[in-house]
Design a protein around this ligand. Structure first.
Ligand code: ADP
Ligand code: MG
Length: 321
């Protein structure tokens, strides 16, 4: 990169987020030295954001940074793991000081909110690409895998579905909501709130979990495939935000809730004998989640309406290849 690569790293990336006693050595040496808690497993995940594919090229740097970390935090949440450390591989066309200041401020804000620290990375010149590897820990035996769902389990989702796709439509000028609804949708897109606290809460009773990045049907599809089961989803039970309901007609918003991406909510399954525990958390306001269906014998995900009549949908969610 440029001659001042090292001063650039020192200036913008040497202190980012909250490093605790679990970071023996962070940015600046050949490797970071990390200290996982005794008896816990390392949970590691990587996500890459490409300009023009995952966000418009001229997006604000602060928002790009927050989104890049948030999508990784969402994977950590889906595992029921505690985020601790991350590495940043940053490729950019030029070292623009203003852009870097905004980018590192956004990254720092999100890292502080979720109590994790930047401990290293790589900096290169090229088309704008942000790749983050996030590491966390989870007590051995408590990780929420995709493969644990059983027939009879109830399927839940956190928060609301469809906002991510609604926001994307708005950014592409294909949706014209009221100003306040548009602000809500844009916030949901740029600063998705990774459900880390929810992941930690449900790991005591959930049998499987995934984060919804490619649409509910696609991601619940991963759970049923890994668990060798099927699922039925009641489309009338899907939680939709007030803003989305005010902005899009029923067919469009239902399609977005089922197959739109970028929601970063959790989809998880709960065995019958653990439902009361889950409900207690919901009643106490510790968890915002809605039961949307059941795990059954068989394979694939089916949708039905209130009367149990099959509901057809053909959009399978976003795929790169
Ligand atoms: P090396 O040549 O040994 O790979 P680098 O010059 O790439 O070292 O990086 C020097 C130090 O700065 C390392 O500790 C590395 O982890 C860190 N680093 C490089 N780029 C970034 C970045 N974008 N964010 C955080 N740390 C970075
Ligand atoms: Mg390097």
């Amino acid at each position: 990169m440029a001659t001042d690569e090292f001063s650039l790293i020192a200036q913008y990336f040497s202190v980012c987020g909250t490093a605790g006693a679990d970071t023996l050595l962070g940015v600046g040496d050949d490797c970071a030295l990390l200290v996982p808690p005794d008896g816990e497993l390392l949970a590691v995940t990587t996500d890459t954001l490409l300009a023009s594919v995952h966000f418009p090229l001229d997006s604000p740097a602060r928002l790009i940074a927050q989104r890049a970390l948030a999508v990784n935090l969402s994977d950590m949440a889906a595992m029921g793991a505690t985020p601790r450390w991350f590495q940043l591989a940053l490729t950019m066309p030029e070292a623009n000081q203003h852009w870097l200041a905004e980018f590192s401020a956004g990254l720092n804000a999100m890292a502080c909110q979720f109590n994790c620290a930047l401990v290293g990375g790589d900096t290169t010149r090229g088309p704008l690409t942000i790749s983050i590897t996030l590491m966390g820990t989870v007590p051995s035996g408590q990780a929420l895998k995709r493969s644990g769902a059983k027939p009879g389990d109830t399927v839940y989702v956190t928060g609301c579905l469809g906002d991510g796709a609604g926001a994307l439509a708005l950014l592409e000028s294909k949706l014209s909501p009221r100003v306040e609804d548009g602000d809500y949708l844009k916030e949901r897109f740029w600063r998705p709130q990774a459900r880390v606290a929810e992941g930690l809460a449900i790991r005591h009773f959930a049998s499987a979990a995934i984060d919804i990045s490619d649409g509910l049907l696609a991601d619940l599809g991963h759970i049923v495939k890994a668990s060798k089961v099927g699922a039925v989803v009641g489309v009338d039970n899907l939680p939709l935000s007030h803003a989305l309901c005010c902005s899009a007609d029923p067919e469009r918003r239902l399609n977005w809730a089922l197959s739109g991406g970028d929601d970063y909510e959790l989809c998880f399954t709960v065995p019958a004998d653990k439902l009361a525990k889950c409900q207690r958390l919901i009643d106490e306001g510790e968890l915002t989640a809605t039961p949307i269906g059941q795990i059954i014998e068989g394979q694939g995900v089916r949708c039905v309406d209130k009367q149990g009549i099959p509901f057809e949908i053909c959009d399978p969610g976003y795929q790169h290849f």
